[in-house]
Design a protein around this ligand. Sequence first.
Ligand SMILES: [Zn+2]
Ligand SMILES: [Zn+2]
Length: 123
Amino acid sequence: MIQERFTSQKKLILELVKKSSSHPTAQEVYYEVKKHLPRISKATVYRILKNFTKKGLIKEIPLKTSRFDGDVSPHAHFVCVKCGKIYNLFEKTLISFPDIEIGRVLRVETVIYGVCKECEEKA
Ligand SMILES: [Zn+2]
Ligand SMILES: [Zn+2]
């Protein structure tokens, strides 16, 4: 019974992150999960998110406040400093590097900071 509930908690969290395109923070995921499972604790949500990240089911974007990404395909991120929106970038030059002398590259996490077109047009 307990096992069953645990499994559906995990499933719900994974679904929420996977279908979100906003790269939510753990806090945002928690609020969203709470709508469906009012008794879930923040610690549980954090733990499950960390666990999914470790398993490679989702990605953690290391910003000042970590954000989570359901799209694990290689891509870079553009962070708008005005609205805080995070955009995906799939340009090859941003996600791969030629051989590096120091060692073997496992992954590249590129974060570009800027002002998005939407905000630029509002200004
Ligand atoms: Zn913006
Ligand atoms: Zn992304």
